[in-house]
Structure formats: C-alpha cells, structure tokens
Design a protein. Structure first.
Length: 397
C-alpha cells in the first residue's frame, strides 16, 4: 500500500495529474507581489469572476465561506484498502499517522489528550455520514462537550483565539442533537493512492444525514445577498484603477520591483507588517522597513568582514530601490485598489450568514471566503478586521 506522503505533497501544483494537497491560500491582492504581471492579471481576473459569481446568485464549490474550525482532519475510506480512517494533518508527515481504530489514535497522538478525544469521536461518528468512497478534508467545529446554550441557540468556539459561532432555528435544533460538528471543504479524487488529487469540489449531496453529526455546507449562497448598483460602481472603480496602473506602468513596474517579488518575499512580508501596524504602503515605508530588517540581520553576524560585505550589498539594494521609487509606489497603489475591490465583495457577502459570529463577546463578521479561479485558490479576507481580532496570539494574515 502506498503511504499518504506518496500522494499528498505540501504545495499545490498545476501539473496535470499531479498529486497535491492544498495547504496555502493566497490573498488575491498579493498575487502581483509574488509573480509580477502574471499575478496581477490573475488577481484582476479572479476578482471580476468572483463579482460575476455574486451577481449571478450562484451556490457551488467555487466560492466558500472560511470556517475557523479545529482541529483540521482528513477522513474517509482509504483508496487502497477501503477502510474508514481519520487523521490529523500528520497524515501528510513523511511518516503518516493514519487512524483506523481508537488504539491507533492512542498510539499516534497519546501526547495530545485533546486531539485524541476529537479524533476518537470523529472515528466513531463520521462513518454515519461519509460516502462509501472518497477521502475528504475538513475542520471539526465542536464535539459534545464544546457546545453551550446561547438564548434560543447553540454556540461553539472551535478555536479559543478565534470566532464563536451561534446557531439559531433549524441549525440550532440539529446542533443540540449532534455529538460532533464538521465542515468539509476539500476532497481527494483518484482511483488509487498514487493518483489522488486535492479538489475544492466536494459532493455534499452524497453525504448521509444523521442526527449525531452536524454537517456544515461551506458553499456560499450568493442568491441571499444583494450586490447593488452602489457596490457594483465602487467595485468597478477600483478594478478600473488597477487595470489602468497595470496598462500604463506594467512592464517597467514589474521589472523594477522584481528583486522583492516572491511567495513570502520582502514585498509580501512588508504588506503583512503594514496590516499589523497600520503603516501606509509606499516606497519610503517599505525602504525604511527593509533597511531596518536587514540591519538587524547584519548585526547578528559574527565577523566584521561579513558585516561590511552585507552592508555593501544592502547599500546597493537600497540605491536600486530608490532608482525605482515610482515603480514601488505604483505596485503599492495597485495593491490598494485590488484590496479595496475585494473588500467590496466581502462586505456584500457578509450580508447573509448561516451563523451569528462573535469575537471575544463582540459582534463580528466571518473569517472570510475562498474563491477558486482557474487552477488557483484565492483568499478573500478583510485583513484589517482580521488583524484587529488577533492583536494577541497573532496568526498569519
């Protein structure tokens, strides 16, 4: 039998038939900071496609609501032996931990009693609802001990630093009866372990119903929100402004800033810094941040010779950055317009939700949304709001 690490890899690939696990979601407005022109074109196309999706009143797996569940689990029937299993993300370890029995859970996760309890309950109850074939990935929203009465509803807080969800009406009735709550957002498709591929398409209609399992469908029903003329005009204004910057400055802008592109590169890291600190995104502030960061790293070097060499490199880098001041400022302007267009869509989508959301006792919006466009997966999150919620215990924004 092929082990999980033979068919699940850490990064999503676009190779035809390549096995992959979707682990990292990219903020749509950061795409050009990663891959320049290619990223910008994707971001504008994705945003326009998402706007059309909302306007059409669709409900499918292309657009889903993000849920702040914990722990993440992989479950289903193993494609090689047909046995039902559950696993944490350690299913993707070099030496995978797959649990078919409660004894497997104790052996693999005995060091984490809380995780043991969740996985054993998943192992007991999820076979009641899962299709006879298929592997899925989702998040546990609650187990029996996590639920609390909230007026006429039921609340649960799967991540202590995250959102509290309160169900009302039919959702509350079902949650009260359930032993476990689960949201499923990925499937793995293929005839055998070697051919499995991660997909955002989940066959929710093929899952069984059972009172012991409260299943949440993450697909966003956009027929329940109103994308009115004012919001459409605001969205179109920012998309047009982004397109103009791209058309006017594109080639020179992307070439002039390419030294700092990349996934997790300086530009993307600086954006996360500005979200946390409120610093404006412009050439000067990026230069100051980069200079301070690199000087801090230089001071950690042990020899003066190495320090002087790195200082010389930094001087050359800053000089080139200054020569391209206009291009960095335009990259940041493009980012702002993409982000503003995205926030218009988020605000529209926030008009309707299946649950009431709170964060530390205050009313809140959902964590965000996920939009699948072409072969890419984009994260639609209001980063300023998310940052305010997480000033302590900061997570990746």
């Amino acid at each position: 039998m092929l082990s999980f690490n033979k068919f699940l890899v850490e990064q999503e690939t676009n190779e035809e038939g390549a096995s992959r696990q979707i682990k990292h979601l990219t903020h749509v407005e950061d795409r050009h900071l990663q891959t320049g022109e290619k990223g910008a074109l994707h971001a504008m196309s994705s945003l326009k496609a998402a706007a059309q999706h909302v306007a059409n009143g669709n409900k499918d797996s292309q657009l889903t609501t993000k849920y702040d569940g914990s722990p993440a689990i992989v479950y289903g029937h193993h494609p090689e032996n047909g046995k039902f299993f559950v696993a944490s993300k350690s299913a993707f370890n070099k030496t995978p931990k797959i649990n078919y029995t409660p004894e497997d859970v104790d052996k693999n996760h005995g060091h984490a009693p809380g995780l043991v309890s969740k996985l054993k309950q998943a192992l007991q109850h999820l076979p009641k609802i899962v299709p006879e074939k298929g592997v899925y990935q989702g998040d546990i929203l609650f187990t029996q001990e996590d639920k609390k009465k909230a007026g006429d509803g039921v609340s649960f807080n799967p991540n202590p630093s995250g959102l509290t969800y309160t169900a009302h009406g039919t959702h509350a009735d079902n949650a009260k009866k359930a032993k476990i709550g689960l949201v499923t957002h990925l499937s793995y498709q293929g005839k055998n372990a070697a051919s499995l591929n991660a997909s955002h398409e989940v066959d929710h209609e093929n899952f069984n119903k059972h009172k012991d399992v409260f299943t949440v469908d993450p697909r966003m029903d956009t027929s329940k929100v109103h994308f009115g003329a004012k919001d459409r005009a605001e969205f179109n204004k920012h998309i047009a402004a982004a397109q103009k910057i791209h058309d006017t400055h594109g080639n020179d802008m992307y070439a002039g800033t390419s030294d700092h592109h990349g996934v997790g590169g300086p530009l993307e890291t600086f954006i996360n810094h500005t979200v946390r600190t409120g610093v404006d995104t412009n050439h000067k502030n990026f230069r100051d941040w980069l200079e301070n960061k690199k000087n801090t790293d230089i001071e950690k070097l042990k020899t003066e010779k190495n320090k002087e060499a790195k200082k010389k490199e930094l001087g050359d880098e800053l000089a080139k950055l200054d020569r391209n001041k206009k291009h960095y400022d335009n990259v940041f302007k493009l980012h702002k317009h993409l982000q503003n267009a995205k926030n218009v869509l988020i605000n529209v989508l926030n008009q309707h939700q299946d649950f009431q959301h709170e964060h530390r006792g205050e009313a809140a919006n959902p964590e965000g949304y996920v939009f699948h466009h072409g072969k890419e997966t984009d994260k639609f999150v209001n980063r300023a709001e998310f940052s305010r919620r997480n000033l302590t215990g900061m997570r990746n924004i």
